[in-house]
Ligand binder design. Structure first.
Ligand code: PMP
Length: 403
């Protein structure tokens, strides 16, 4: 008789735990300074506002709505609030263009489910967000490289996807302050990306998880806004925009959203109905309550805290990193991406760094679909104050120097 794992679907073999998880288990070591987790600082959650909002949502006259099943599209006042916000950044649409998801991670899973048959091609950055690869892997795609940086966008599709007949279904990217590199794609790069999607007849998945967290520099309009400006209406657009409240209000409530042409939203609603019916009613009501009261002012508070930490990290890197190490200078988000001298290995450096100086980070190789990038590492500045950042980078500089 075969064991149960032998009966798992072929997609299960693409769901692998990363080896760095083992190392990151050591994060509770006393005195350890961690630049590993790309997670928001809990001190910045609007906790009292949420306590009040949940209390209001649970008042007797609200319970029939807040504790009840609700529609798969999401809580209408929240969708309407998103319509108002996104109009401010050049995306005119209506509530039927918006689906509420359980975090933007769920949107990535649903988009994989919607577009990818086994063997289809997804264009992704090398490196790209690890969670996107994990979500897409379940649908057994092949990957091809989308290289996006500064004002350039290019893909190796010509000799890759096109050649073996595999259809390119979408290009996925974080255009603003990407995880893991912190880089932002310029306006020309966004135009190039749209031209590429036209040429290939594929969708663009714009992951806007960090878009509100700009600390300096001029905002670049979303890829979706660029496409609407060209084509006149969201209904003509290939770009699917995924937003999230995780980095601005709270990740634990699991509320995100998708904005796209109606046929895409309608099909995603069917996927959501089959998968989890809807995002929790009370969470959506509370997020709407808090967002409609304080979103803009709260985001300003969050931005100013992370801006100081970003500045502290960049200053510490300049002071403590030896010759031969280079890094990105993000205008927002949570990450700085380091390239070490070739020959140095990020995973080996992590083991040594935790062991000898008590500093953790994520080795960059995990973010590459082709398992390259061994000499890169991702540092997150979201969780530490300026002093801790300076001390952690000082220690890390020492380890790099002695490697
Ligand atoms: N996209 C990116 C680029 C992320 O970094 C994250 C969270 N780490 C997500 C999506 C998922 O966020 P959430 O599901 O909490 O919205």
């Amino acid at each position: 008789m075969s064991s149960l794992p032998e009966s798992f679907a072929s997609r299960a073999s693409r769901m692998t735990a990363s080896e760095i998880r083992e190392l990151l288990k050591l994060l509770d070591k006393p005195g350890l300074i961690s630049f590993a987790g790309g997670i928001p600082d809990p001190a910045l959650f609007p906790a009292q506002e949420f306590a009040d909002a949940f209390a209001r949502g649970l008042e007797p006259d609200q319970q029939a709505q807040s504790l009840q099943y609700s529609v798969s599209e999401g809580y209408l006042p929240l969708r309407e609030w998103i319509v108002g916000q996104i109009a401010k950044i050049g995306v005119p649409c209506d509530a039927d263009n918006v689906l509420i998801t359980s975090g933007s991670q769920q949107a990535l899973d649903y988009l994989g489910k919607l577009f990818l048959s086994p063997g289809d091609t997804a264009l992704v950055g090398y490196p790209t967000y690890l969670g996107a690869l994990a979500a897409f892997n379940a649908y057994e795609p092949r990957y091809d490289q989308l290289s996006v940086s500064g004002n350039r966008t290019a893909a190796s599709y010509a000799e890759g996807a096109g050649a073996d007949g595999s259809e390119v279904k979408f290009a996925y990217l974080s255009a603003d302050f990407a995880n893991p590199t912190g880089e932002t794609l310029g306006q020309q790069g966004r135009e190039n990306l749209l031209a590429l999607s036209e040429e290939l007849g594929c969708a663009v998945i714009e992951d806007a998880a960090y878009q509100s967290l700009r600390y300096d520099g001029d905002p670049v309009q979303p890829v979706l806004a660029t496409e609407i400006a060209r084509k006149g209406s969201i209904e003509e657009c290939r770009t699917i925009y995924c937003g999230s409240f995780s980095k601005t209000l709270s990740p634990g409530l699991r509320v995100g959203w998708v904005v796209a042409a109606k046929p895409v939203i309608s099909q995603m609603v069917l996927i959501k109905q089959a998968a989890d019916l809807h995002t929790p009613s009370l969470n959506q009501i509370a997020v709407h309550d808090v967002a409609s009261r304080i979103f803009d002012s709260h985001v300003e508070t969050v931005r100013s805290a992370y801006r100081q930490r970003r500045d502290a990290m960049l200053a510490a890197l300049s002071e403590h990193m030896p010759e031969g190490v280079s890094w990105t200078r993000p205008e927002g988000g949570m990450f700085v991406w380091l390239t070490l001298p070739s020959g140095l290995n990020g995973a080996a450096l992590l083991a040594k760094s935790i062991e000898t100086v008590g500093v953790a980070f994520v080795p960059g190789g995990a973010f590459y679909a082709d398992e390259s990038g061994a000499n890169t590492i991702r540092l997150s500045f979201s969780l530490s104050d300026a002093d801790e950042i300076n001390e952690g980078i000082r220690r890390l500089g020492h380890v790099v120097r002695t490697c």
